[in-house]
Design a binder for this molecule. Sequence first.
Ligand code: ZN
Length: 180
Amino acid sequence: YRVRSSLGHTRLRLEAEISITDALLRNNGVYAASFRHGELPARPSMRLAVLACMDARLDPARALGLSEGDAHVIRNAGGVVTDDAIRSLSISQHHLATEEIVLLHHTQCGMQTFSDEEFAVAREHSRGLRPDWSAQTFTDLEDDLRESIRRIRASPFIPHKDRIRGFIYEVESGRIREVS
Ligand code: ZN
C-alpha cells in the first residue's frame, strides 16, 4: 500500500512495507540529530499548564508558540476537566510549580456530534457492555469552557486558581479567541 504523510519536519512518501510507526522512528532520528534540550529542568519555565482537546488539527505547542520545557500540555477527547485531568493539573501545580491554566477547545469538535447516551448505547451494541465511564460530550463550546473553569475552581486539589482562562481554537483559521 502507499501512505503519504507529513510528520514533523520530514515529509515522507512511503511505499510498501513501511508502517507509520517506522516513519515516526525515522522522524525521531532527524529530531534527535539536532536536539538541544537535554539540560532543561522538568518544571515548566512558563509555570503554565494547558488542557486541550486531542483533535489532530490542533497542535497546542505550535498554535501558542510553546517550546520544549515551557508548559505542561494535557490532552484528552474534548479537553474535558475529567478526574484524570484534575489529577494531572494537581500534580502539575503541587509538584512542578505551575500556577496558570489555559483551557483549549476548538471549532468542529467531534465531542459535539454525539451524546453520552448515544455513545454508551452504541458500545453496548458493539462491545456487549456499557462503559462505566461517561464520554462527557458537550453541545456548546463556550458553555463547556465555562463549566470547565467552574470544575477546576471547585476542586480542593488545585491550589492556584487566579489565572484560569478558556479559549476556542478555530480549526478554520488557526486563531484562538477567549471565552469570558
Ligand atoms: Zn475536539
